[in-house]
Design a protein around this ligand. Structure first.
Ligand code: ZN
Length: 288
């Protein structure tokens, strides 16, 4: 899956570090992430980024994360994020391009895609919380932890990571699949939805399946989780069994289709980078 980047391991814990010339820089703006032009994802180093035209400097950078080599602990890559004011842009010059964050998904897998998507999650949070939500004063990054602190009222915000739930409902040899009712989502997926205030993830699973498809579930089992930086969420995946009637009444506003599909009729998935596709593929191959 997208977060499986062995032999590298994400070390997301915040460290108040000073960037070094060989460290990597994530520079997002409205057009996307600054990358070296080429076939693969390649981020500018601090040295390269500083040499680009425009007014920018290391005071705009904040530590994002490290990638640590699992076997050789002294090998690591460090990444910093640009916290830029909206009106301060770096023009794209020869040899560089900007790619929308969504395009990172599908640009080849491995640590660069996961690093770029995780950086996008951090960028989305920092850039949408530039002002304190209570008093409107410009917020400042916390010094010892990944937070935003209001110098006026003392309010503190931490990265927003709302949990969502995925449910793979089976009835014998059949799996409950849905398709979203919006352009660009032709694929079959699993029932999914956000956890609401006051709910347990288990209650969300039962509610979302009932709301989206009209069926009830039993024997809910936790499968695993996946960070999904493009939407800034954490997906919690479950399997469940049909409880009672198999009659489907799908939510026409949200879905274009919901159906029970026999194991042998499930089309191959394009990749197994998302936990949804991995679960569907495993069912298709008779692994559960
Ligand atoms: Zn405030």
């Amino acid at each position: 899956m997208i977060q499986d980047i062995a032999p590298w391991k994400l070390r997301i814990e915040y460290e108040p570090r000073t960037p070094a010339p060989e460290d990597f820089v994530f520079d997002f703006n409205r057009e996307g992430l600054l990358l070296r032009q080429g076939e693969s994802l390649s981020f500018p180093t601090l040295k390269e980024w500083l040499a680009l035209p425009g007014e920018h400097g290391t005071e705009q950078l904040i530590f994002a994360f490290r990638l640590e080599h699992e076997e050789e602990k002294e090998r690591e890559m460090r990444f910093f994020l640009v916290l830029r004011q909206p009106n301060c842009e770096i023009p794209v010059t020869e040899g560089w391009e900007r790619l929308p964050a969504k395009a990172l998904w599908g640009y080849g897998w491995g640590w660069p895609a996961f690093a770029g998507i995780t950086a996008f999650h951090l960028h989305s949070w920092y850039s949408s919380r530039r002002f304190c939500g209570r008093c409107g004063c410009p917020a400042l990054p916390g010094e010892k932890e990944r937070s935003l602190v209001c110098p006026q009222c003392g309010g503190v915000e931490y990265p927003s990571i709302p949990p969502s739930v995925l449910v793979a409902v089976r009835d014998g040899e059949r799996l409950l699949l849905t398709r979203y009712n919006r352009p660009g989502t032709p694929r079959y997926v699993l029932v999914a939805g956000y956890v609401e205030a006051g709910e347990t993830a288990e209650q969300t699973a039962a509610r979302e399946v009932l709301e989206e498809t009209g069926v009830r579930i039993k024997n809910l089992r936790y499968i695993g989780s996946q960070p999904w930086g493009l939407s800034g969420t954490l997906s919690l995946a479950f399997s469940a069994e049909l409880d009672g009637s198999d009659a489907i009444t799908w939510d026409k506003e949200e879905l274009s289709e919901a159906c029970w599909m026999n194991r042998k009729d499930i089309p191959p998935v394009p990749n197994e980078e998302s936990i949804t596709m991995k679960i569907i593929s495993a069912f298709r191959h008779g692994e559960w």
